[in-house]
Design a binder for this molecule. Structure first.
Ligand SMILES: Nc1ncnc2c1ncn2[C@@H]1O[C@H](COP(=O)(O)OP(=O)(O)OP(=O)(O)O)[C@@H](O)[C@H]1O
Ligand SMILES: O=C(O)c1ccc[n+]([C@@H]2O[C@H](COP(=O)([O-])O)[C@@H](O)[C@H]2O)c1
Length: 225
């Protein structure tokens, strides 16, 4: 790495209701692909533009803690859980950028294609490109990053000169690239997991056993809860 290169820190925001192997496998692969020094999971306290989570912010955060316990690169960032009101990613990224000031770090905000497609509805979305790189992972059932015709027009135009699949490029600027990652496609969703548990069906092998144990002990997602 040259002296002016940026070290990369991953920020993986989500509802995590609950965290599953789709999230964890992507995170693991991105640590390798981008050579992240750390990857912070950022559970949204009150997520925007979606139905509200079934599990409380503290349950979702504690399930994440269980899931990442044995991985040295994975950290839990609770700032949005502890914040009152809706969770704005731009606010968290401002805070994180200040916290890393002087450390020659570029933040990489990770999101699946379904979330990326909704970006123009996010609070002050264009500012994100000044604060971080975006790392977009494909998701079964959604357009792929290569098929940019499927993107909302304002997003396609904003990203026109930002796309890259060269991980090294992210180290040359503190923000502004949209990186597409060839991570393993896993058709796992929290919705399907909640559905299984509500019906009393097995959700095993879709998420870590300690998270399933936590769900069982705390009676989360059961029908009528
Ligand atoms: N299987 C997956 N493959 C790729 N990206 C995923 C996958 N699951 C979740 N993501 C991405 O991870 C982020 C957080 O997702 P989230 O916590 O909402 O999980 P989810 O499975 O999409 O939940 P739900 O079914 O409740 O909407 C989002 O950017 C989402 O696109
Ligand atoms: O900042 C916003 O306005 C905003 C709007 C929608 C979603 N997000 C963030 O996008 C991430 C993925 O969200 P979700 O709903 O797919 O779990 C999560 O970190 C959310 O806080 C952020």
């Amino acid at each position: 790495m040259s002296e002016s290169a940026f070290g990369l820190v991953g920020i993986y925001g989500g509802t995590f209701d609950p965290v599953h192997f789709g999230h964890l496998r992507i995170a693991e692969e991105l640590v390798e692909i981008l050579q992240l020094s750390e990857l912070r999971f950022l559970p949204a306290g009150q997520p925007r533009l979606r139905h509200q989570p079934l599990a409380s912010p503290s349950h979702r955060s504690l399930m994440l803690r269980e899931a990442i316990r044995d991985n040295d690169k994975f950290l839990l960032d609770d700032r949005e859980v502890n914040r009152v009101g809706e969770s704005y990613s731009v606010e968290s990224l401002h805070e994180l950028k200040n916290e890393f000031q002087g450390k020659q770090i570029a933040l990489c905000f990770i999101l699946g294609m379904d979330a990326f497609l909704k970006l123009p509805g996010w609070y002050q979305w264009r500012e994100l490109f000044e604060l971080c790189h975006l790392v977009v992972v494909n998701r079964p059932g959604h357009v792929t990053a290569i098929d940019q015709k499927g993107l909302p027009p304002e997003l396609r135009i904003e990203c026109l000169h930002r796309w890259t699949d060269n991980a090294k490029k992210l180290q040359t600027l503190s923000s502004g690239y949209v990186f597409t990652a060839a991570t393993t496609l896993l058709d796992i969703s929290a919705t399907a997991i909640r559905g299984c548990i509500a019906k009393g069906k097995s959700a095993r092998y879709l998420l870590p056993d300690p998270v399933l144990d936590y769900i069982r002990v705390h009676h989360i997602y059961r029908e009528g809860k």
